[in-house]
Ligand binder design. Structure first.
Ligand SMILES: Nc1ncnc2c1ncn2[C@@H]1O[C@H](COP(=O)(O)OP(=O)(O)OP(=O)(O)O)[C@@H](O)[C@H]1O
Ligand SMILES: [Mg+2]
Length: 618
């Protein structure tokens, strides 16, 4: 059987891990290197070089060499981040049709995901060469803070390389999955992932095979590349002082400078001082200088402080304090910097867990999950949405259907109504963002209902369902109860022509308004195969009390729990053991757990949890 891959598709480097003959392998290139630069160079005749070769060629063809494409994935051309990227990267970034971005390399143009796809394809070729079979399936990781469009971009990149994605896994969760197990003791882990382009922090509770993300946050424009960028500015100032030459006007020289800056930064992780010597940088002029670790640290400190402010916010969102943590896991190349280690260690008040490889942990975790999914199992990942999802309602407000840090998979339903009398049309704009002003958020798409009956306001009932699947992809459904008019939308391509409209063109007379108080489900989502049992085990392990509503294709009912033990069951006319047996045998459907919703009266089910659930799981 061909290997299933775990792929860490990084801004700077890709790492690929796979289990073959039950052994974990990290793919190494011909030179034995495990980090494969996420870089491609397109030659004059359309030849394609990737990885280390592309990096080397970049020095002679900077305008034809693309790196850090991940930073541009799923972005609008008008995005502030794109403007910053245009300043620090030597290739040309153009506006694509529909408002996205395209990289111009020589005469050809590529979408960011096509660039990533080419890098991935080269890696898949290499695996095929090693094991004699071409892999077709993978678990691919993404920064936890990636939004919807960025996740889709990643899926398309994998498809370009001929891979079907078993699951998109958040990078910090993948890193947690790579940790060696410690039986059933409950652990509370902070994963601090400072990479080349993105910073992510997640607070994760691990109990057996259950990985529950309590909160996640990050910054998709904070990483080692930014340190290099600032370092280049400083070094070019020094060069200009001596020569009056602005290196920015010389792409080849700038490329060499960047390379030297990155090398110096790495060297200063173990040396106190390093020398930089770039002969003939422009004409006969050379850059000859020294860099002290303390100078680098002055540059890096504000960036690290920024990351720690995000950490403080995340701990608060998770409802825990640093002292509650049992482990601190550091991931990403820059976490080798002594100042970073000191500051992060001080902030979390503990030393980082040893034995974690900051380069390969994410890919290893992904490969483990891939192997488990292939066998039909897998850890129970209770991940969360990083950014709020909702729709616009009257008053240019965001109605959050799925608030940030909600567990996924999740399904949320809410009823809306018309905001004006005789309204025959409603335009629901699907938004992603945390700003209460609707037009300040990212627009993902829209659904238009144009057969409303035009009753007086507040009369109609329009049900909107948001469902996020295990990959973090959003499915939207809107239905008008009066006419039965229904529209489905899977947010596939956020940059299609229609989706490119600006958010601020919201028409007030087409908006809806809230029709009911928010739902109180603590966790909810669809289930298949043994997932229901996993959810129940999770509630049992955490000694939860409340009601679990279940909706299968034919049967519906509820189970009640008190301190993690099943006490009551009801399904139609059935109660007690019969109802429990029916509900526990459901193989697919939806569940919703309402914490604290208890049922009075003596318990109908008095067998221990394991016996009740175990009997129906065989
Ligand atoms: N010893 C070191 N000291 C400082 N920085 C380092 C060191 N080794 C690597 N780096 C930096 O780490 C960065 C790459 O890290 P990593 O490979 O973890 O990123 P990535 O996974 O590609 O990016 P991301 O996770 O943001 O998408 C580069 O900026 C590199 O210069
Ligand atoms: Mg990374």
């Amino acid at each position: 059987m061909a290997a299933v891959l775990g792929i860490d598709l990084g801004t700077t480097n890709c790492v690929l891990a796979y289990l073959h003959n039950e052994q974990m392998h990290i793919l190494a290139d011909a030179q034995g290197q495990e980090l494969f630069p996420s870089v491609i160079t397109i030659g004059e005749q359309g030849q394609i070089w990737t990885g280390r070769e592309a990096v080397a060629l970049g020095a002679t063809m900077p305008g034809r060499t693309a790196y850090a494409a991940k930073r541009l994935m799923g972005r609008w051309y008008s995005d502030e981040v794109v403007k910053r990227a245009q300043q620090i990267y030597p290739y040309e970034i153009r506006e694509a049709e529909g408002g996205g971005v395209q990289l111009k390399l020589g005469s050809a143009e590529y979408k960011p995901e096509q660039i990533s796809g080419l890098v991935l394809k080269a890696l898949v070729d290499l695996v095929e060469l090693r094991i004699g079979e071409r892999p077709t399936e993978a678990v691919v990781t993404v920064p936890a803070y990636f939004n919807h469009a960025q996740r889709e971009g990643t899926q398309r990149a994998a498809a370009e390389a001929g891979l079907s994605v078993l699951r998109l896994l958040n990078e910090p969760t993948a890193a947690a999955l790579s940790l060696p197990g410690q039986g059933d003791t409950s652990r509370l882990v902070a994963v601090y992932d400072f990479g080349g382009g993105t910073f992510d922090i997640s607070i994760i509770r691990i109990q057996g095979q259950v990985y529950e993300v309590l909160a996640t946050d990050g910054d998709t424009f904070l990483g080692g590349d930014d340190i290099d960028g600032i370092l280049c500015d400083r070094l070019s100032e020094r060069f200009a002082e001596k020569t009056s030459v602005n290196l920015r006007h010389f792409p080849l020289s700038w490329y060499r400078l960047r390379d030297a800056a990155e090398k110096a930064k790495k060297e200063l992780s173990h040396a106190e001082v390093c020398s930089i010597f770039l002969p003939r940088l422009v004409g006969e002029d050379a850059l000859v200088t020294q860099l002290h670790r303390s100078e680098l640290e002055t540059i890096v400190r504000p960036l690290l402080e920024r990351s720690l402010r995000i950490c403080a916010r995340t701990l608060q969102a998770a409802g825990v304090s640093a002292t509650d943590l049992t482990e601190l896991v550091l991931v990403g190349g820059p976490t080798r910097m002594p100042l970073l280690r000191t500051m992060v260690q001080e902030f979390f008040d503990r030393p980082p867990t040893s034995g974690v490889n900051p380069d390969t942990a994410v890919a290893e975790g992904a490969a483990r999950e891939a192997a488990m999914l292939r066998q039909g199992g897998g850890a129970l990942l209770l991940d969360v949405t990083p950014i709020t999802l909702g729709i616009n309602i009257a008053g240019n407000l965001l109605y959050p259907l799925i608030p940030r840090n909600t567990k996924v998979p999740v399904r949320r339903e809410h009823a809306f109504t018309t905001a004006r009398d005789a309204q025959t049309r409603a335009r629901l704009v699907i938004l992603q963002g945390d700003n209460t002003v609707a037009s300040e958020n990212n627009k993902l798409g829209e659904v238009v209902l144009d057969q409303l009956q035009g009753y007086e306001r507040f009369h109609s009932r329009i049900t909107v369902v948001f469902e996020i699947d295990a990959n973090g992809i959003l499915h939207v459904k809107a239905a008008d109860k009066d006419t039965g008019e229904e529209h489905d939308l899977v947010i596939q391509d956020s940059f299609n022509a229609e989706g490119a409209e600006a958010v601020d063109s919201l028409e007030e007379n087409e908006t809806l308004t809230d029709a009911e108080p928010p739902s109180r489900a603590t966790i909810a989502g669809p289930f298949r195969a043994t997932e229901l049992v996993d959810v129940l085990f999770f509630l049992h392990a955490n000694q939860k009390s409340g009601r679990v509503d279940l909706k299968g294709p034919a049967d519906t009912g509820s189970l009640w729990m008190l301190d993690g033990e099943l006490t009551h069951a009801e399904a139609g006319p059935m109660t007690g053991l019969d109802a429990a047996a029916l509900l526990l045998s459901l193989k697919q459907g939806d569940y919703a757990f309402f914490e604290g919703e208890l049922r009075d009266g003596p318990a109908q089910l008095d067998s221990p949890f394991e016996r009740l659930v175990g009997t129906h799981n065989e």
